[in-house]
Every structure is written in structure tokens, then in C-alpha cells.
Design a protein. Sequence first.
Length: 224
Amino acid sequence: MAVSVKRFARGDGSEPSGSVEQEAFINGYPEIRYELVAGRGIEAIVNSLSKWVVSILFASIILLRRDGTALWGVIGSVSNAALSVVLKRILNQARPATTSRTDPGMPSTHAQSISFISVFAVLSVMEWLGTSKVSLFLSCLILASGSYFIWLRVSQKLHTSSQVVVGAIVGSVFCILWYTTWNLLLLEAFESSLLLQVSVILSAAALALAFATHVVLNWLRNDK
């Protein structure tokens, strides 16, 4: 379904170029198009875009690091998402009755993934800049943004408060353990072992490709 966002028409009945540009932009993002049709407001659109914003943040951190920790972070991020799926099946707690989604909601995968990436970004910033006013400001900004995106899952009635809180806790703790395991047990071995380097690189590449494929398939499914 295509949606046109039209401004005032010209006197000759033709459509101004700005309308065409807006329509092309919206048609390129099926989730925005759906939210506009549903009339759910700006928070619903921000919620739809939140995973892309967080993914861009994570990709930026990975590209800036370009080291073994970055690769380990990719593996950890996908593993964290897989853990959320497993926990959902085990706990099997329903989402709020106001949503049409029927899959389990405990814990919130969005909250768990956003928390993992936010904490990974904060740890990376602190590692690069140390404890300074700049690093503290950036860390607070990242955590505040992540918390807002997580809260949107509740405000849009996609999850209960407990589901996003559990997801946030699991994602944060998992990231800290994952990051600490790398620094304490694997970093030194990674720097000295070619076999471990190849294993980590191949694992990160395979998981990143699988995740990207999953995202594209979901995008195409939502566009139907």
C-alpha cells in the first residue's frame, strides 16, 4: 500500500516536487508507511526506527574499533538475540492484550538487544577516552537514548514493564560478562594465535551475514 503525503496543490492541479520526494522517502520505509496509515503518531514512528538507529550506532562502533573486540561484540550481539528467543520459549509469557502480536513477550528482544549494544558502546567509549567529562557525557547520552527506545516498547503497548525491565537487565549483564570474558580470557590468546583469529573472524562474518539476511527477509515480509 502506498501513501502520498501531499502539500498544497498548485493552481494548475499539478503536485509540487516536495510531495513527490516525501512520497518516495516514505515508500522506501514500510514501517513508517504503516504507522502513518494507522495514525499512531511520532512515538510509534520513533519506535519503528529505533532498531535502525541502534544498529547504526553498533555498526559505527564496530567500524571504529576494527579489532578483535569488535568481532567478539558482533558474535555477542547475535548470541544475545538468540538467548532472548530461547528465554521467550521457556518463559512463554504473553504480550499485553492490546497488541495483535501472538509471540511470547518475556523478555523483550528489543530491550535486550538495545541494552547489549548500549552497554557495549559505553564500555568502548570508556576504553577509548578513559574517565573524563566527554566520556561520561557520551555514556549518559547513549544510556538515556537506549532507555527511551526501550520505554517506547511499553508506551506502544507491545510489552509490559516487567518484560522490558527483564530484557534490559539480561542484555546488560550478558554484555558485561561477554566483554569481560574477552578481555580476561581471550584477548591475549587472540593476539598470539592465528587459528583463534581466523575462527573469530569467520564466526563473526557468518553470524553477521545470517543476521543481515534475517533483517532483509523481515523487511520484505513487512512490505507485503
